[in-house]
Design a protein around this ligand. Sequence first.
Ligand SMILES: NC(=O)C1=CN([C@@H]2O[C@H](COP(=O)(O)OP(=O)(O)OC[C@H]3O[C@@H](n4cnc5c(N)ncnc54)[C@H](O)[C@@H]3O)[C@@H](O)[C@H]2O)[C@H](O)CC1
Ligand SMILES: [K+]
Length: 519
Amino acid sequence: MKIFNAQQIYDADKFTIEKQNIESEMLMERAAVQIFNWMHLRMQGAPVKVHLFCGIGNNGGDGIALARHLQEHGYNIAVHVVNYSEKRSKDFLINLNRLQDRKVWPNFLNHVSEFPAIDKNDVIVDAIFGIGLNRAPDQWVVNLIEYLNASSAFILSIDLPSGLFMETGVDNTAGIIKANHVLSFQAPKLVFFLPETGVNIGQWEILDIGLDMEFLSGLPTQYELMGKSEVVPMYLPRNKFSHKGTYGHSLIIGGSYGKIGAVILSAKACLKAGSGLVTSYVPSCGYIPMQTSLAEAMVVVDQGEKELIDITFDIVPSVIGIGIGLGVSETTTKAFTAFLKHNKSPLVVDADALNILSKNKSLLKLLPADSVLTPHPKELERLIGPWKDDFEKLKKAKMFSNKYNIVLVIKGAHSMVIYKGIGYINSTGNPGMATAGSGDVLTGVITGLIAQGYASSLAAVFGVYLHGKAGDIAVEDCGYEALTASGIIECIGKAYLDLFYVPQPKQEKEQEEVEEAKS
Ligand SMILES: NC(=O)C1=CN([C@@H]2O[C@H](COP(=O)(O)OP(=O)(O)OC[C@H]3O[C@@H](n4cnc5c(N)ncnc54)[C@H](O)[C@@H]3O)[C@@H](O)[C@H]2O)[C@H](O)CC1
Ligand SMILES: [K+]
């Protein structure tokens, strides 16, 4: 699913208005009706107090139009206009008049107003700012936002939580609504998925307000949300006459004394992702643990007993995953440097291999084109330097990926794959996956996909999706706390199966259950 910037949404509005020959307030009306339907379905006329806090732009206009529908259906509403500017939008005014025609008189708030009392059982509709916020709100509006956040009432934000910018970070996080639920128009917004701003969003849903789909799908975007429908076309089906050689030979290089487990996890995940053959390359202390815990993998040992000292082997792997459990000693750094100088295989680079690269930036140019790098935020910072906010982080990450011609996987709650200037945002995964070895599993999965013939950028996007889905499936049986890296590996197969699982329509399922009960 494409993620648009604010200008693209305004352009789509304009195009849609012309093509459908409608007035702009019609789009606002569609937005308000959709939100009303969403609320009405859940509230079923309950006499709960609904406070609507409406700005004076079109986001506020959505709130004012929603207030009319709620009032017409007998809801207990209080409308507060957050009068932060005199420049009221045309469609806001049209809807304000319509509301006043129905004898609903909003409470106009300004910098001297006392804020209305709010009970924790009330519902707040946040329609203060939408995608048009272009400077920090005035202090009294920040105070209001803090007041609403502190109320403990359920907050439903229209389009996005007020106070978030579409394309820059926020200096004063106190001025951002903490939304329990966000109803966003047509497509999710980038800020929903970034760690600094995503914390303001409990859940989000998309409402279709009928913007022209052809126009939207023709827009080039810098970000895409990768769900099942985006990744299924990447899947490479297996051929009946294939053999294990068809699906490549992965080499997992890593491990040091006390960290052989990381290589075991990675090699296991690589096999489970479908690599035809897997060999691990470890210091000699890793020989017995590898052989006893993973019968399917071959093992080649380094001359070093406790760490890698000279990475040489006589196999020709299709792809190499390197860095897990490696350590960053001087000896291993030398071995890794020498390896990079003669290596010809595609690479997936993780963990300590990333740390060695960060300390020796001149090595970056030795990476083969389209290598995959999988840093977590700290490793990323060591690679690209610190950033002021998530937007600057993404800018720097894109520059880094372009400069070295690599695929960058930024790991996190919504891992993002950066490739050729585009950010592919993952939609799977859960907080249970913040556990030891989870990253080693991801490296194994991506390596295993490249071995099978997936282009490295696709392997990264598809691998991150499968890894997250495996975690989502695993967590259903064990809960967040008990999820382990091995638990994720166990569900890689189910994550593949889920790609082609089509949920049965509810009615059909109910009918089947009735018939079963009868028989
Ligand atoms: N296609 C759609 O998604 C539609 C969305 N709709 C809704 O419209 C808003 C966007 O409306 P807009 O008027 O452009 O912006 P805002 O409501 O966010 O209003 C801000 C308004 O105020 C000015 N401004 C910006 N920052 C500040 C500030 N700190 N202090 C004071 N004033 C400020 C700015 O110039 C704007 O004029 C979108 O989010 C949806 O909710 C439409 O209803 C239908 C189509
Ligand atoms: K809002």
